[in-house]
Design a protein around this ligand. Structure first.
Ligand code: CTP
Ligand code: CA
Ligand code: CA
Length: 650
């Protein structure tokens, strides 16, 4: 490449002619090997499954690939396969409309939990049982895990492998280190820097055209030409595309799922690329194509600009076009939006995103919930649901390795909503004993008992149970038999503490020191360390700012919990209900909480949750706690991505 470079570097060749050099150096190759986020040769992929839940059902039911199929939840459709989309079906049509438009449509209701059964099941009459059933997305979660495990199996072992689960059907891959390895293997001249000087420019790659197979290539920026010689960033993308093609092929061979992928220099561009051509295709956004590609979008389509922040920018500058925003100088963006948001936005619309692909994603809490329409009115009714919540959470804990004591939660929390007010009660889970459904159920009943003692328990509009404060297990330290206690023994051994705290709804026990990797020097990190998002009620598939609303109460990769003092008597404090986290919070905490959502939104763009923002920000870009009310902070985080709007039920 590249005619867009400000200068052309030339050097004499042995034959005395003039040969252009790459604009990349041996140092850049070294950064590629380290998967450094500032490496200009970096290659990131996002894999997103096509019509995911629908494909899960197709595979489970063994229906043919061309058979139109939709997944139903109560009276709505939550996933529609591509053959059915050809009939004009989308998530907004009702089941009846869908069947009229496409008579051969197979409609499968999601699995549900039902009182009396100790396992979720597919039930023919589920749609009529919204009041007695609770949706289970376990089948899809299991498929999601299976395919994540396969992706990890296909790729080289860590640390070369960097895989981040982004939602139930999305995974980011940082392919940099693997590509580095393949480049050196294929182009041995890259192995040694002349004179051992890492600042030395690389030779240009062979000018033969790169084979992109059937991949979709985003058009180059206007100043670029297809017949310009490729540079190493193009070659790296090409190798990345080859790896992704192989991964997708293997997923299809082994699991029969098709997926689409975006391949680009960072997460944000990879995500945009993945949605460019669907189904079953992969799109490459070469560095020389980034600006052109982005210009085709309204900026409100960019991750984290879909919500209030995007709206605020539209209001401020009177446009939703990336191209128009590009003409606005940095200083003006900063003046109108604040330094941090301004600089962040300036980079984002230029395709800059240094956030890391973070493989250390671990579940931090699990939540099981049900909204009642009509409300429920007594303990018996509530206990039926508590039993289901306990079974649901336990099944997920088993998946998480709780039976082998790999990881276990420290606390259990009950949220109880009556009218606009939610009260939460929390208890520690007794350590050193086996956790099972009975233990969880007993704790839940104790917590409900506390709500009832406080008064005003009925009618109840929403109940949820969550576990949190996950810690790595201490297997081996305690006698194995204490983990095997069952039923009465377990209850006897448990001895719940005499009283619990009435916790603020979003409070948690302190987490292990080692998980606090947040950079203390960063004020935004400190800000984050004080708050957490947790629950998202299952039956409402609420969007909690996490990428996938369908995670149904499983909150992964969120920030560490707040380290607030626990309050003993808070049930009478006025609370407001945060739509974003589906939690009730103290009115006095409202501003701080809403600011936290904004900060989280910004950070999601810039930094992985666990490692903190400090190492993933472009140099010189410091993010501080957003100023209260500075920009559209009221209430909500980023909007769900396209097609992931909140589902309303009832
Ligand atoms: N989902 C949902 N409710 C929503 C949005 C998504 O239950 N409001 C579920 C869908 O059923 C879907 C999965 O989450 O299968 C992943 O969502 P997404 O990737 O947005 O859509 P897909 O159905 O996978 O379709 P696409 O091929 O466009 O990715
Ligand atoms: Ca998808
Ligand atoms: Ca998705």
């Amino acid at each position: 490449m590249s005619s867009s470079q400000p200068f052309h570097l030339s050097s004499p060749t042995a034959g005395g002619g003039v040969r252009k050099k790459s604009r990349f150096t041996y140092k850049h190759l070294q950064l590629l090997k380290q998967s450094a986020t500032n490496c200009p040769l970096r290659v990131i992929a996002l894999i997103d499954y096509d019509a995911f839940y629908a494909q899960c059902e197709m595979v489970r039911l063994g229906v043919g690939e061309t058979q139109p199929l939709a997944v139903q939840q109560w009276q709505g459709l939550i996933a529609i396969n591509y053959p059915a989309r050809a009939f004009g079906l989308n998530r907004h049509v009702t089941v009846t409309e869908a069947k009229t438009k496409c008579p051969e449509l197979v409609v499968q209701h999601v699995a549900t939990w039902r009182e009396g059964d100790d396992k979720w099941a597919y039930r023919a009459d589920a749609a009529q049982h919204i009041q007695t059933d609770k949706v289970s997305l376990d089948p899809y979660r299991l498929e999601s895990r299976k395919s994540l495990a396969l992706v990890k199996e296909i790729l080289p072992a860590p640390p070369v492998q960097k895989v981040e689960k982004a939602s139930i059907d999305e995974v980011f891959l940082d392919l940099s280190a693997q590509i580095h390895h393949l480049l050196l293997q294929r182009y041995p001249e890259l192995q040694y820097a002349p004179y051992d000087d890492p600042t030395e420019l690389l030779p240009l790659p062979p000018s033969s055209a790169l084979d992109w197979h059937a991949d979709a290539l985003v058009d180059l920026d206007h100043v670029e030409a297809e017949d310009d010689d490729p540079d190493w960033d193009d070659v790296a993308m090409n190798v990345g595309a080859e790896i992704v093609r192989h991964v997708r092929h293997t997923i299809y061979e082994r699991l029969k799922y098709t997926c689409s992928a975006g391949i680009a220099r960072n997460k944000m561009m990879a995500k945009l690329g993945a949605g460019y051509k669907k189904p079953n295709q992969q799109t490459i956004v070469r560095n020389r194509a980034v600006q052109h590609f982005l210009s085709g979008f309204k900026f409100t389509k960019i991750r984290n600009l879909g919500g209030k922040l995007g709206e605020h920018v539209v209001d401020t500058f009177g446009t939703d076009e990336v191209t128009e925003l590009l003409t606005i100088p940095l200083e003006q963006l900063k003046a109108k939006l604040g330094d941090d948001t301004g600089s962040w936005l300036y980079g984002i619309i230029r395709g800059e995103d240094n956030s890391e692909v973070n493989s250390r994603t671990q579940i931090k809490s699990m939540l099981s919930a049900k909204s009642f329409r009509p409300s429920i009115n007594n303990t018996d009714q509530a206990n039926k649901w508590l039993r289901i919540f306990a079974a649901d959470i336990y099944a997920r804990l088993v998946e998480e390795g709780v039976t082998e004591n790999k990881r276990r939660p420290k606390t259990v929390t009950l949220h109880h909503r009556q009218g606009g007010q939610t009260r939460s009660k929390q208890l520690p889970i007794p350590q050193g004993r086996k956790i099972d459904e009975t233990v969880l159920f007993e704790l839940a009943k104790t917590l409900l008992g506390q709500v009832i003692v406080d008064g005003r328990a009925w009618p109840c509009a929403n109940l949820s149970l969550s576990v949190g404060g996950f810690e790595d297990g201490v297997s081996g330290n305690r006698g194995i038999d204490t983990f095997l206690l069952k039923g009465d023994e377990a209850r006897a051994a448990m001895e719940p503490p005499p009283r619990s705290n009435t916790a603020t709804p979003n409070s948690e026990d302190p987490r292990p020191e080692k998980r606090r990797r947040l950079n203390e020097a960063s004020s935004i990190a400190r800000f984050f360390a004080r708050a957490e998002s947790s629950g998202d009620p299952a039956d409402e598939l609420a969007d909690d700012g996490h990428d996938d609303p369908s995670e149904e109460g499983e909150v992964e990769n969120t920030q560490d919990g707040p380290h607030r003092p626990r309050h003993m008597d808070q049930q009478d404090i006025t609370s407001y209900f945060c739509q974003e986290c589906q939690q009730s919070l103290k009115e006095t905490d409202r501003n701080e909480h809403e600011d936290w959502h904004l900060a989280r939104e910004l950070q999601a763009q810039e930094a992985p949750a666990v490692t903190g923002p400090a190492n993933s920000r472009p140099p010189g870009h410091s993010v501080t706690k957003p100023k209260r009310g500075g920009i559209g902070t009221r209430g909500r985080g980023p909007k769900p991505e396209k097609g992931q709007s909140r589902l309303a039920f009832g």
